[in-house]
Design a protein around this ligand. Sequence first.
Ligand SMILES: Nc1ncnc2c1ncn2[C@@H]1O[C@H](COP(=O)(O)OP(=O)(O)OP(=O)(O)O)[C@@H](O)[C@H]1O
Ligand SMILES: [Mg+2]
Length: 275
Amino acid sequence: MTPSTTLAVDAMDDDSVKHLFEQLTATNNELAVLHRDLTRKTRDLEEARTLNNQFLGMAAHDLRNPLHVIGGMSRVLLRSRNVSEMERKLIQSIFDSSDFMRRLVDDLLQVSELDAGMLRLHREPCALRELVAERVELQRPMAEGKGIAITLRCLEPLPPVNGDRMRLAQVLDNLLSNAIKYSRPGTRVTVTTRATRGGTRVSVGDEGQGIARDELGKLFLPFGVTSSHATGGEKSTGLGLLIVKRIAEAHGGSVLVRSRVGVGTTFHLLLPAGE
Ligand SMILES: Nc1ncnc2c1ncn2[C@@H]1O[C@H](COP(=O)(O)OP(=O)(O)OP(=O)(O)O)[C@@H](O)[C@H]1O
Ligand SMILES: [Mg+2]
């Protein structure tokens, strides 16, 4: 109690003090009940989330096989000489749809693994500069096919990164493919690697449509699409950046974004140094 409260209580008669005490006790009991209630609800929610996640994982896993069969069979039919041009177009669209669904299912499975904390990183010392250069070269034909140039700027030697090469490649592929996907022909994507005080920063900048400030919050949410659209008819699952963020965080890193509508977007991947 503060000195003024003590004075106020001193000035009260016994009945008033008793009444005040009873009120305090009742409020305290109510708070205890609310706290218990909140703890139980949090536990129930956590259990429901785990179940939901398990269900998502099982459904995604079970969908993989039939999709694999549909994709495989349509590929065989596409090679056959006994199909008309019209049939070939139909089979091609069956193949494309099954391929998109397979990608969606793979992404969902990965999100459910990441959510369940089941992502096992196979960490090893990674030559990040070489990895970035490799991923850029792999995406270059896609960019050039859309009339987009990619420039790679590796400004200084990078500190060692202790990371999962495959997962980091996945992060870079996602950021690069977004930059290409949401940019128009005649623009440039610039990839820059820098050594920072705590580790490494890889930036992927584009001169694309940009993202409105009030839509930035959606970027890393499941199925969080914004008003910017793919410029070459590319398909979207809306899970790419969520996976990017989770993988970066599993490495002790983070992903930041800077964007201006009509000017472009830059995603920064920050990774801590580690032997
Ligand atoms: N470089 C970018 N420029 C403009 N908008 C972008 C950029 N990168 C992402 N976005 C916006 O953020 C949304 C979410 O991106 P995300 O990569 O998670 O999903 P996606 O590209 O739609 O689908 P996919 O799961 O196939 O990657 C996109 O739909 C797009 O609206
Ligand atoms: Mg994407």
